[in-house]
Design a protein around this ligand. Structure first.
Ligand code: ZN
Length: 58
């Protein structure tokens, strides 16, 4: 996954393992801006929600 700093455009390559499904924040080494990486597996989360729903129904 490639992330760009919104301030200076510096490019960072983030390994998916480093994110592990949760949002991540780090500071740009060039301009010290805060870069936010949203959780990338939203699908998985909603899947779990659906699962819970289904189990409740039963
Ligand atoms: Zn920057």
């Amino acid at each position: 996954m490639i992330v760009f700093c919104e301030e200076c455009g510096e490019r960072y390559v983030i390994e998916a393992d480093e994110i592990r499904g949760s949002a991540m924040i780090f500071i740009c080494r060039v301009c010290n801006d805060i870069i936010r990486i949203p959780a990338h597996d939203k699908h998985h989360k909603s899947d779990e929600k659906e699962k819970n729903k289904a189990e409740k129904k039963r």
